[in-house]
Write a protein that binds this ligand. Structure first.
Ligand SMILES: [Zn+2]
Length: 141
């Protein structure tokens, strides 16, 4: 788990795969890491699997199977509190079921969604009416 804690998300390099809750379980016998893709068709999934393989190899864990678990499906509820803090510090509003988003730049709740899709399909584009900065908001799913 300490090795996996250092594997960062390829699209959001400030959050690790453990922050995102992608790692479902780790076992020693058999040596196996179970991960859940963030959503079906996410292009980062293969990059994440390769990054896990590279990190485990570099740490001397050469015969570990990396397996995908599709059920139960990953949900943004699995993002840890540290992950949410890191997203916010990076300028991305963490997922939240609320209809409004807090601006990660100035903290204002006077914000508006300007596009259902942001820099990736898992984020929406929002703008702050107080400081006028645009920002990504991680969508709940
Ligand atoms: Zn703002």
């Amino acid at each position: 788990m300490a090795v996996l804690d250092q594997v960062m998300d390829p699209e959001i390099p400030v959050v690790s795969i453990t922050d995102l809750g992608i790692v479902r379980s780790v076992s020693v016998d058999p040596p196996r890491v179970m991960i859940s893709p963030t959503y079906t068709g996410c292009p980062a999934t293969l990059a994440i699997e390769q990054a896990i393989r590279d990190a485990l190899d570099a740490a001397g864990f050469r015969n570990v199977f990396v397996e995908r678990v599709l059920f139960p499906p990953w949900t943004t509820d699995w993002i840890t509190e540290r992950g949410r803090q890191r997203l916010k510090a990076y300028g991305i509003a963490p997922p939240n079921p609320s209809a409004t988003a807090e601006c990660p730049q100035c903290g204002s709740a006077d914000t508006v969604e300007i596009s259902r899709f942001g820099s990736t399909p898992c984020k929406a584009q929002w703008q702050c009416n107080a400081c006028h900065e645009p920002f990504d908001r991680f969508k709940c799913h």
